[in-house]
Design a binder for this molecule. Structure first.
Ligand code: F6P
Length: 343
């Protein structure tokens, strides 16, 4: 394997792979996702298995800028596989976005004597990792940890399954009250500019319609569907709206619909951050364990600049540059399914 030698030039610090992997740093960054702790546990315990020491960086890249590091042993990650959030904390760091901030962060990393960095997070976090590896040549591995599922190169990101289950649980409850009052509910779910959470949870909840940024379901088409539903004396309905949808979100859409159909008793429910919390599902715990462990093995093989993900039941590597390109597409069959099943 390799070890990093540090070359300080006039204004840059370069790191070069020379021999074996002795110590790695790990951080969680961006929006937290259920399963991040399970992933951290897998990174630390796998590293421990190979006699590699682990430095945990608190608060993501912000902690790297602030030199907020601590060593992590196998014991430190006991009893966390079932916990939501992240014991390392997380942040969206403005300081790290600047060249000066990254230089400070890199100086701190060098002082901590690590050979490589593991980043658990979403696309913003991977872009940060890429900048660091481009500018300073440090080996980096990304692990997809975000509820949004918007990364190319993995069939699911850590936290996505739990978030969907949370949405389904909430919408099942909303449906009870929607039915009781004959109401039309607009439920807004997270996902930033992606509609994966909305689409999959919409199917699982039997939603009457799902509006996502990637789709051609225009508001007019929705109006048509509502009209025909009303003609069939449908008494209640659930419309799932992805927060990034062009309609402007659940509240805006509800206003439009109310204007057109004043007879509908409409309500809006924005599920918000409950989608990010809670104990990870069994699926997320297994995925997190697998990917966390694989990240360490990938580094031991001398690979860098890749994200580990799961495709077709196997762990695969995708370049970080590809993973953040956002060219992951929505399955059109699932979109069709929503329409067919709610007719
Ligand atoms: O990326 C995860 C996510 O929860 C998105 O779905 C959402 O748009 C965003 O983070 C919310 O971020 P914050 O918690 O910073 O408001």
């Amino acid at each position: 394997m390799f070890r990093l030698a540090i070359f300080v030039t006039t204004n840059t610090i370069r790191m070069k792979i020379t021999n074996s992997l002795k110590s790695i740093a790990v951080l969680t960054s961006g929006g937290d996702a259920p399963g991040m702790n399970a992933c951290l546990r897998a990174v630390v315990r796998t590293a421990n298995h190979f006699d590699i020491s682990v430095v945990g960086i608190n608060k993501g890249f912000q902690g790297m800028v602030e030199n907020d590091f601590r060593s992590l042993t196998a014991n430190d990650v006991s009893n966390i596989i079932q916990r939501g959030g992240t014991i390392l904390k997380t942040a969206r760091s403005a300081a790290f976005m600047t060249k000066e901030g990254r230089e400070r962060a890199m100086n701190n990393l060098i002082k901590s004597n690590v050979d490589a960095l593991v980043v658990i997070g979403g696309d913003g976090s991977f872009k940060g990792a890429l900048s660091l590896s481009d500018e300073y040549n440090i080996p980096v591995i990304g692990i997809p940890g975000t509820i949004d599922n918007d990364l190319f190169g993995t069939e699911a990101t850590i936290g996505y399954d739990t978030a969907i289950n949370t949405v389904v649980d909430a919408v099942d409850k909303i449906r009870d009250t929607a039915n009781a009052h004959n109401r039309l509910f607009f439920v807004e779910v997270m996902g930033r500019d992606a509609g994966f959470i909305a689409l999959r949870s919409g199917i699982a909840c039997g939603a009457e319609a799902v509006l996502i940024p990637e789709s051609n379901t225009y508001v007019e088409a929705l109006m048509g569907r509502l009209e025909s539903g009303w003609d069939r004396e449908k008494t209640s309905a659930i419309i799932i709206v992805a927060e990034g949808d062009d309609s402007g979100g659940a509240a805006e859409l509800a206003k439009l619909v109310k204007k057109r159909f004043p007879q509908f008793d409409t309500r809006v429910s924005i599920l918000g951050h409950i989608q990010r919390g809670g104990a990870p599902s069994a699926y997320d715990r297994v995925l997190a364990s697998e990917l966390g462990s694989w990240a360490v093995r990938t580094l031991r093989r001398g690979h860098s600049g890749v994200m580990v993900g799961r495709q077709g039941g196997k762990v695969v590597e995708t370049s970080l540059k590809q993973a953040v390109k956002h060219n992951r597409t929505i399955n059109p069959q699932l979109e069709e399914l929503v329409n067919w099943l709610s007719e």
